[in-house]
Design a protein around this ligand. Structure first.
Ligand code: FMN
Length: 331
């Protein structure tokens, strides 16, 4: 008998499928539907909501894109507007907690360390089961060293940890000079989990207007290998749970990431594309595969294909096509 119950961040989830932070999780009604569809947990839309982003964009225009990524950016926000969005967000947490039984994980985007802590405390008081810190520093500031950038991650974690007791989940990107070591060190800070990885606005050019526009807002199944590689590489080397995010579009992808060592997967783009009906389909696909393979719980196969347990660990570090694909022909 297959049981998909999964431990994550010390919480008990009915299965390892989490609906990730996005517009899919920004209202109580949507969260109720997600619970009904069968998801194990939900990460709320980040407190740095899209509406705030767009309201901020005018101010952002006056700034360089380089400044955009720093916490000081938030000083450009109108205080009232900020208060309002904060209040709405806390209300969302409270209402969601009253309405559903699945864990509700709040999410905060990049703010100054002082505001981080303030939001985190309020979020905890509102009843969130955990908090995902969505941290991202695009390394394009030529005045800052890699060390400067990485220190900021640790400083923010430290500040938030001082104030909250709920489990912290850190969502990061793969833009780091020594990613493996950074993930490992972050996992040793006392946080309960790391999400690998976030997905960001990708620029493209409009050749008629000469404007920069966004492209590839939604991921594709072909985006899976980056999270698959890094979950597999980090699985036995971290002191916290791992959530996989990016490119999870079907049950197979979920199985692969758990085989790599993920505790849970987060799904967003595939749900935008196919709707919430995909949730039971993915869970069904995993259940059938587990029955076929004789596994009765995700724990029974979690990490079976991590790099540390692999019979061919070098395959995770192969980055050149040279030898294997010398005679590759595209048909
Ligand atoms: C429309 C949209 C909105 C998103 N908003 C957020 C957000 O507010 N906070 C966040 O941490 N991630 C946000 N994400 C990133 C997703 O949570 C997720 O990490 C990313 O899309 C990769 O997963 P996927 O391949 O399943 O889409 C957003 C993604 C999309 C497509």
């Amino acid at each position: 008998m297959v049981d998909l119950t999964t431990k994550f961040l010390g919480l008990t989830l009915r299965n390892p499928l989490i609906v990730g932070s996005s517009g899919l999780t920004d209202s109580v009604e949507k969260i109720k539907e997600i619970e009904q569809a069968g998801a194990g947990a939900v990460v709320l839309k980040s407190l740095f909501e899209e509406e705030i982003i767009s309201e901020m964009e005018e101010a952002m225009h006056r700034m360089t894109s380089r400044q955009f990524i720093y916490p000081e950016t938030f000083d450009y926000m109108d205080e009232e507007e900020e208060e309002d969005s904060v209040r709405k967000y806390l209300w969302l947490i409270k209402e969601a907690k009253d309405a559903v039984h699945i864990p509700v994980i709040a999410s905060v985007n990049c703010v100054t360390s002082q505001k981080w802590t303030y939001f985190a405390k309020e979020i905890e008081n509102a009843g969130a089961d955990a908090l995902e810190l969505n941290l991202f520093i695009l390394p394009t500031d030529f005045e800052r060293t890699a060390e400067d950038n990485e220190k900021l991650y640790f400083r923010i974690v430290e500040e938030v940890q001082k104030l909250v007791k709920i489990p912290l989940l850190l969502k990061i990107s793969y833009y780091a000079s020594n990613l493996g070591q950074l993930i490992q060190k972050l996992s040793e800070t006392g946080i309960k989990g790391i999400t690998l990885f976030n997905r960001f606005f990708s620029p493209d050019f409009n050749l008629e207007t000469y404007q920069v526009v966004s492209t590839n807002v939604l991921s594709k199944p072909a985006d899976l290998p980056i999270s698959l590689r890094w979950v597999a590489v980090m699985a036995d080397r971290v002191k916290c749970d791992l959530a996989a995010s990016t490119g999870v579009h079907d049950g197979e992808a979920m199985i692969k990431l758990i085989l790599a060592g993920a505790n849970v997967v987060q799904v967003v783009s595939a749900l935008y594309k196919h709707g919430l009906k995909l949730i039971p389909q993915m869970l069904d696909e995993m259940t059938r595969w587990m029955e076929h393979e004789g596994y009765n719980s995700p724990d029974a196969f979690r990490g079976k294909m991590s790099q540390a347990r692999s019979s061919n660990p070098a395959s995770y570090e192969r980055v050149q096509f040279m030898k294997n694909f010398r005679h590759f022909i595209f048909e």
